[in-house]
Design a binder for this molecule. Structure first.
Ligand SMILES: [Zn+2]
Ligand SMILES: [Zn+2]
Length: 109
């Protein structure tokens, strides 16, 4: 998320609320939403079916109960966004993150 401070706009992770320090890898979703790499790692580890329907903080899509997701406080990220974020971090040679996509197959529709 973004907020206006006297020094300018501050970007922070919507999930852990850590302010961006210009170094920490983060990924942007819609409407200024942000997921940091630490939270992505947790999301990959703790992906679970949603107990109730939810709106993804990153893509803003409404997802029905039962779809895989990761939630922290009021923020939730859908499985599609988790996979997309992992793919994006993986591709960046400057970021120390690799994943095994075969462990995270797409969800059947
Ligand atoms: Zn975070
Ligand atoms: Zn999403």
């Amino acid at each position: 998320m973004q907020r206006q401070e006297p020094e300018g706009i501050v970007i922070s992770c919507d999930f852990c609320a850590t302010d961006w320090d210009q170094v920490r890898p983060m990924i942007e979703g819609h409407r200024g939403s942000v997921l940091c790499l630490d939270c992505l790692r947790q999301a990959l580890d703790q992906t679970a079916p949603a107990a109730q329907d939810f709106d993804c903080t990153l893509c803003l899509q409404h997802r029905p109960a039962g779809r895989k997701h990761w939630q922290r406080d009021k923020a939730a990220v859908c499985y599609d966004c988790i996979r997309l974020a992992a793919k994006t971090f993986h591709k960046d040679p400057d970021i120390d993150f690799r994943w095994d996509p075969s462990r995270y197959p797409p969800e059947p529709n």
